[in-house]
Design a protein around this ligand. Sequence first.
Ligand SMILES: NC(=O)c1ccc[n+]([C@@H]2O[C@H](COP(=O)([O-])OP(=O)(O)OC[C@H]3O[C@@H](n4cnc5c(N)ncnc54)[C@H](OP(=O)(O)O)[C@@H]3O)[C@@H](O)[C@H]2O)c1
Length: 162
Amino acid sequence: KGCYVIGSTGSDDKKRWLLEEAGLNAAINYRSENLRTALKAAAPKGIDVYFENVGGAHLDAALACMNLRGRIAVCGMISTYNGDREGVRNLSVMIYGRMRMEGFVASDFPHLQEQFQSDMTGWLKSGQIRYQETVLEGFERAPEALIGLFEGRNAGKMLVRL
Ligand SMILES: NC(=O)c1ccc[n+]([C@@H]2O[C@H](COP(=O)([O-])OP(=O)(O)OC[C@H]3O[C@@H](n4cnc5c(N)ncnc54)[C@H](OP(=O)(O)O)[C@@H]3O)[C@@H](O)[C@H]2O)c1
């Protein structure tokens, strides 16, 4: 779609994969780099759209870089699910930044599903989109898979094969 895309991930190996395989324009290791400094460096022109999956410190860092009338789609806030509700300190930048933040739930968009499937099939076939999967064998490993998401034990989508 022509966007300049910045990703955040928790290891240098995953960061390398994002840059070299997935083709992102920039990537940050949120465990070893200072989020705010790294994001400012990765987004010298600021951010127009932030797809929120993490919350907490990631949201804080993104807010500090948002452009005028920037949009934030709130899909998930995984860093807050275990009660570690790190305060977001700079929501007030939304005021003069005329920003919008809106909850995003995938099932709200059934009318786009067919288009999405057709687009995505094409992008996967052409190699424009690449992905990874981590597959654990057996239902008894479901708890390990769920807990693993919070520790980044997965590369790509975490799946359990029944
Ligand atoms: N709104 C919706 O319709 C919808 C539907 C499904 C899921 N979600 C949300 O979407 C998000 C992604 O879910 P998913 O199932 O697809 O999982 P996922 O992205 O495949 O895996 C979760 C990833 O979150 C990262 N993570 C975990 N704890 C973190 C922390 N404290 N700080 C920063 N990153 C952290 C880890 O990244 P690294 O491996 O790089 O460390 C981990 O690999 C979640 O927030 C989930 O709640 C929303």
